[in-house]
Design a protein around this ligand. Structure first.
Ligand code: ADP
Ligand code: GN1
Ligand code: MG
Length: 369
């Protein structure tokens, strides 16, 4: 078995894509929380070649056709830009879908699973936690560049693969529902976390209000800018490719920046349980701001003024989502141990506290850039 699938099933899935050579191995890959990802190695007339095979999580993504249509348009647009700028190694700089035998962008198996294949980006890697300001600078530059490249994506508007994805008001409603139902009887364990949430409800509405008032524009954004969704070149250490495009859709630039703060400034892993190790590093925050502002020249004044806040907002939002999933019985995020989602929620709320302590210093820094 490979995850929930037999080797035979996976080999059958792979046979529906336009791949040459003999399949050697198919093994689970990466540390994403949503899709099932595999590395497929084929023997291509004596040379080993890798691909990424993914099963789209259709519990999370209820409209897989729309999602694949988005990804097809986005990757084609990115490749067009790379062509126009005569970039070197374009197939390492943007994801490339491999077509099915019938010419489609995905294969649906007999059980209704959606599968897709990407070229494997070689000589590059992802990190769950980063350590240097250079990496933070590079990650921010990557996601800002991504937003830049998609700013002129031809209409129609991209589909919303998960509606209200970063909307904290609806995320809080979902938490309240999960707390009310309390299907696993876990609510009594989380009173400290619920108190933390309640104390922050009001201030977290800021961006929703500013967007409604027309002060902050909608843009095409990635919406899942966690640090392991950008690949770094092994040789140069520079960012090479933005991956995980399932949530690329209309959103706020600040949500993307906020998720970078959440993950790229973290001194410890997202599920670290020793909270004394959990903090948001100022040096990495500064590098993020510098990297982001070096590329994101489109930012309005209102957006720049909310950069610091956006880090707290998205960290809080993901904490709320982990807590909700814990109360709901761990149905959304992949978990690998008992209480995993609760550990993650506690970790995220600690990250919010850490950012709160540094808030004035961070505001000063942003004003100085
Ligand atoms: P999830 O939505 O579950 O996070 P991702 O698309 O981010 O799935 O893929 C999971 C991991 O697989 C990534 O963090 C990365 O390490 C690896 N990966 C994904 N796509 C590629 C690719 N085209 N080439 C090499 N590695 C990849
Ligand atoms: C999920 O797919 P992955 O692991 O890159 C989630 C993000 C969360 C993140 C928390 C579609 O991201 O929204 O911020 O976990 N993706 C989706 O680690 O829900
Ligand atoms: Mg991912």
């Amino acid at each position: 078995m490979r995850g929930n699938f037999t080797d035979e099933t996976l080999r059958d899935v792979v046979s529906h894509f336009q791949l040459y050579g003999d399949v050697l191995t198919i093994t689970p890959y990466g540390s994403g929380h949503i899709n099932d990802t595999f590395r497929v190695t084929l023997d291509l007339a004596g040379r080993a070649v890798d691909y990424i095979l993914q099963r789209v999580n259709t519990e999370v993504f209820r409209m897989p056709e729309m999602l694949m249509d988005n990804i097809e348009r986005v990757t084609a647009h990115l490749h067009q830009k790379l062509k126009e700028t005569k970039a070197k190694e374009p197939s390492r700089r943007a994801l490339t879908l491999v077509r099915t035998i019938e010419g489609g962008n995905s294969y649906i198996d007999a059980a209704g699973n959606y599968w897709r294949v990407y070229l494997f980006i070689e000589r590059a890697r992802t990190f769950d936690v980063i350590s240097t300001p250079e990496q933070a600078f590079e990650a921010a530059r990557a996601f800002a560049g991504f937003q830049n490249q998609l700013a002129d994506l031809p209409s129609p508007r991209l589909g919303e693969t998960i509606p209200a994805f970063h909307n904290i008001q609806s995320r809080l409603s979902l938490l309240d529902e999960a707390a009310k139902s309390d299907v696993k009887g876990r609510l009594s364990e989380v009173s400290a976390e619920m108190d933390f949430v309640n104390a922050h409800r009001k201030e977290m509405m800021r961006l929703i209000e500013q967007q409604a008032a027309g002060e902050i524009p909608e843009r095409i954004t990635h919406n899942d800018t966690k640090i392991n969704n950008v690949m770094f070149d092994d040789e140069t250490g520079s960012q090479i490719c933005v991956i995980d495009l399932d949530t690329t859709m209309p959103g706020l630039a600040l949500y993307d920046f906020g998720d970078m703060v959440r993950t790229a400034t973290a001194a410890a892993a997202e599920d670290e349980t020793d909270l004394s190790k959990v903090e948001s590093r100022m040096d990495l925050f500064q590098a993020l701001v510098r990297g982001y502002c070096s590329e994101a020249r489109f930012l309005t004044r209102a957006e720049r003024e909310a950069l610091v806040f956006s880090g707290r907002l998205i960290t809080f939002t993901i904490g709320v989502r982990f807590l909700t999933d814990y109360l709901a019985g761990d149905v959304y995020f992949k978990t690998h141990r008992e209480g995993h989602n609760l550990d993650r929620a506690r970790n995220q709320f600690q990250m919010v506290r850490s950012q709160e302590r540094q808030s004035a210093e961070r505001e000063d820094f942003v004003r100085s850039v």
